[in-house]
Design a protein around this ligand. Structure first.
Ligand code: NAG
Ligand code: NAG
Ligand code: NAG
Ligand code: NAG
Ligand code: NAG
Ligand code: NAG
Length: 433
């Protein structure tokens, strides 16, 4: 295994270091699959990230500052009458509050649709490390209603909801399915998982909750099967049509795209029609390719989707936690062994690229179509404790005990345990629905 050290010293972390650190994990993205989509999941060598910590700060003790008045609202929020106005309050700003009596609506055993990749408890995450399930996101200016499966299904009645994007979007989709599926009797629901498209059906509600695999949103030669080497990937930054034909007629679309773009500094990009096909690809700096790709997506939405019939959401970057020095953990190994969220307000690590965030907001702001953000980045940044870490799988196999002793190499600090943080993303999503 070749070992590469990230740049040392005090200068701000460059995108180079970020890419290197992310590439240490990028292999997890190659385990992407819906059902049979598991071809060409080869690994390239992992590279280790520098884990020089700064001063280890003790995590502040957590206090629950909810007033009794707010508790009253909490109690009534399962009620249909709860009125939530997204214009009145930003769900992106807030804090995580520990609530020992919090219980997730499902477990990775009760819900049959949690991929092994996200089934942390089944994969051995121990009971004494289950606090990660008891944190509740509390926005600063309002109370976020709990996820109510009945309300969610009512909102979806007669509709198709589709999550489109990469494995993080699949993480969110599985969370959504699991949050609602337990209240549907066995014979009134079904799941069909195909190559790039999966459909969960709630028959009584005539509703579907679907996932469509398009990790870059735009077309690429690495959509399916996945090409492990980022250098061999070619993106058609000017075209979504191959994917977009699956999006037509869907009532609620929720997109994301981020982490796949971050596997290299430059991206082979193709646009226009060249006689010499893929030979005509040009290397573009990642942010430039991202911007063109996102504009292509935006243009398709603006030109093809009727805002009177369809709602469009965009889930912002899901942060990766591969550099424990980002949260001042001395001698930490990525997100391994983290059991509490970062409590420092506004904490922002190197796994969320602010430049990409600004590209997303700028492109979306100029759209004709009103896209709603599910802005999960800041709240997820705090949750270093929520990743699959060593309770994950690799190429369809659980990690061996020996692999578990090497978290630098094997811990997955990109994806999230289910139940877990993506349930909160969906709590926010439902509030906007
Ligand atoms: C904690 O969760 C329980 C169970 O859902 C709930 O009854 C209680 O109100 C919550 N406490 C606070 C302070 O939010
Ligand atoms: C949980 O228990 C295991 C085995 O007893 C121990 O190795 C681990 O450090 C404990 N974890 C926490 C968060 O206390
Ligand atoms: C079920 O929903 C689809 C749209 O998803 C709609 O076209 C169809 O008419 C609905 N069927 C019934 C019986 O409501
Ligand atoms: C949407 O509905 C409004 C009001 O009914 C109408 O003025 C507008 O033209 C519609 N837009 C489209 C794209 O159909
Ligand atoms: C994990 O953390 C616990 C306490 O936070 C510590 O006692 C234990 O040694 C750590 N395990 C490893 C392998 O670092
Ligand atoms: C998401 O929220 C963060 C603050 O938490 C903000 O900096 C960022 O601009 C927001 N992103 C979008 C696309 O609105």
């Amino acid at each position: 295994m070749s070992t590469m050290k990230a740049p040392r010293g005090r200068r701000p972390l460059s995108i180079v270091a970020l890419v290197i650190c992310i590439s240490a994990f990028i292999a997890f993205l190659y385990t992407e699959r819906i059902s049979s989509l598991s071809s060409s999941t080869s690994f390239f060598s992992f590279k280790s990230c520098s884990k020089r910590g700064a001063i280890a700060k003790s995590i502040k003790s957590i206090t629950d500052e909810r007033s009794t008045e707010e508790e009253e609202i909490v109690k009534s929020e399962v009620d249909d009458r709860f009125e939530f106005d997204p214009n009145e309050c930003s769900l992106a700003h807030g804090k995580w509050v520990f609530n020992n009596s919090l219980k997730p609506l499902y477990t990775d055993r009760s819900c049959p649709h949690v991929d092994r990749q996200f089934s942390c408890v089944k994969n051995g995450r121990p009971d004494n490390d289950s606090d990660y399930l008891r944190w509740e996101w509390q926005p600063d200016d309002c109370i976020l209603p709990r996820f109510n499966p009945k309300i969610a299904l009512e909102k979806l009645r007669g509709k198709r909801l589709m999550f489109v994007g990469d494995s993080l979007q699949r993480n969110q989709w599985e969370s959504f399915v699991c949050l609602v599926e337990s209240i549907i009797p066995e014979k009134h629901k079904s799941m069909r998982r195909e190559h790039s498209h999966a459909v969960f059906q709630a028959k009584e509600y005539n509703a579907t909750i679907e996932f469509y695999w398009a990790p870059f949103l735009v077309e690429s030669n690495s959509d399916n099967p996945i090409i492990a080497d980022p250098k061999s990937r070619i993106l058609r930054v000017d075209s979504v049509s191959k994917h977009a034909k699956f999006w037509v007629g869907v009532d609620i679309l929720a997109f994301n795209t981020y982490v796949w773009w971050m596997s290299d500094l430059k991206i082979n990009s193709l646009w226009g029609s060249f006689g010499n096909g893929e030979e005509g690809a040009e290397e573009l700096d990642t942010p430039i390719a991202y911007k063109i790709g996102l504009k292509t997506w935006a243009n398709w939405i603006d030109s093809n989707i009727d805002p009177n019939k369809t709602r469009v959401f965009f889930t912002t970057m899901s942060p990766t936690h591969t550099r424990s020095e980002d949260w001042n953990r001395k001698d930490g190994i990525k997100c391994f062994n983290e059991t509490r969220p970062v409590m420092k307000r506004g904490h922002w690590g190197t796994g969320s690229n602010k430049h990409i965030m600004s590209i997303v907001s700028n492109v979306v702001r100029k759209m004709k179509f009103p896209v709603t953000f599910i802005n999960i980045t800041q709240l997820s940044e705090y949750r270093i404790d929520g990743h699959a870490s060593i309770y994950n799988e690799l190429g369809g196999q659980l990690l061996t005990d020996e692999q578990k002793t090497d978290p630098l190499r094997y811990a997955d600090c990109i994806h999230w345990c289910l139940p877990g943080v993506p349930d909160t993303w969906n709590q926010i999503f439902l509030a906007y629905l």
